[in-house]
Design a protein around this ligand. Sequence first.
Ligand SMILES: [Zn+2]
Length: 134
Amino acid sequence: MSDSCHPLHTHTKLDRFGIWLSSICAVHCIVMPFILLLFPVMMKWAHLSRMTDVIVMLIAAVFALFGCILSIRHHKNERPLCLVIIGLVINLTGRFGLNVFGPWLSQTLVIAGPMLMAYGLWVDRNLCKCFLKH
Ligand SMILES: [Zn+2]
């Protein structure tokens, strides 16, 4: 690393961890319905899968929010934080809106939420690259 190159901000580590967790959550929510369709025997562990999903999503949310808030101090850009918050709201809407939206739309929202969060964190992480160029 040359002298002109600054180390990356702490938020990039939080962002990266948040991207991983929210991606795992999205993939899990895409794959799980198919696993339950193919192996109905797994139904008795479905509540465990849902609980793990909520815990992973909560941890992802904490890392994502802290990462974005730390980032705002350096980059003065609120866009990633907005994307993460919208992603969380979409995810929560899907989780609690099963009776209103039906199984397909609510599951789509549950998947779209963490994907938007991961995108927001990716944008946040890239702010640092932009910061280094200037
Ligand atoms: Zn940064």
